[in-house]
Design a protein around this ligand. Sequence first.
Ligand SMILES: Nc1ncnc2c1ncn2[C@@H]1O[C@H](COP(=O)(O)OP(=O)(O)OP(=O)(O)O)[C@@H](O)[C@H]1O
Ligand SMILES: Cc1ncc(C[n+]2csc(CCO)c2C)c(N)n1
Length: 241
Amino acid sequence: MIAMDLMHHSSCFLLPTIPLQRRPSLTTAQLHVCADGGANRLYDEMPLFFPQEDASDVRRRYKPDVIKGDMDSIRREVLEFYASLGTEIVDKSHDQDTTDLHKCVTYIRDSASGLDKSNLCILVVGALGGRFDHEMGNLNVICRFSYMRIVLLSNDSLIHLLPRTYCHEIHIQTSVEGPHCGLIPIGTPSKSSTTTGLQWDLNNTAMEFGGLVSTSNIVKEEKVTVQSDCDLLWTISIKKL
Ligand SMILES: Nc1ncnc2c1ncn2[C@@H]1O[C@H](COP(=O)(O)OP(=O)(O)OP(=O)(O)O)[C@@H](O)[C@H]1O
Ligand SMILES: Cc1ncc(C[n+]2csc(CCO)c2C)c(N)n1
């Protein structure tokens, strides 16, 4: 039998930041990349977190490093505002075969700008809870880049891939996530998946889309373990404040 490497997962990025900082925790990221129309949301919504402050000051403080995409959704005023602050604009309007998220992931993967990639994790905010074709496109990106750690986030859920080549230990941050969770074989049927720490554990269980998938499961322990013969999507609910 071949011993498999262990991969640890922890959503500690969801934990509140030190109150003194008074900043959303994602500001600690090394690189901030907006996918096309995502820049409109940053521009429109960041000032809402700081209603007492001048909107332009807030936007300057939360400036993206890069905006990349096919540029069919970003508003001109938003593009010009961030470009004037030095944001790098990567216009890929000629590429209509990959999504803007795909374009952004390749930017981060191929970026050589002093980014520490040893423990790289990409958090994708606003990735869920909108148009279904966009959501499916985003899931496809995490399957396509299965060798990278990419987490899709909304206000309600978090999703990432558990590659079949590892045993997984998921450390549950019970103050901010759970208890609802799911394990879904999205690409290929699984002949055997085994878990611990769930209300309905899998025990060498077969799963396939169109057959049995594990949705509406419940986390029962602070550590969940998963092992499978195929890549699985892991999803867990995010608690409301
Ligand atoms: N409602 C949504 N739900 C989930 N993800 C989204 C949503 N809207 C945008 N995204 C993500 O943000 C990226 C940029 O969004 P944008 O609105 O610029 O897409 P777009 O290129 O205009 O797409 P389309 O041409 O299909 O309308 C998308 O590739 C997708 O990953
Ligand atoms: C088979 C196939 N289906 C859809 C598209 C369209 N498309 C896919 S990604 C993208 C860019 C969105 O920003 C567009 C327009 C395609 N090219 N090929």
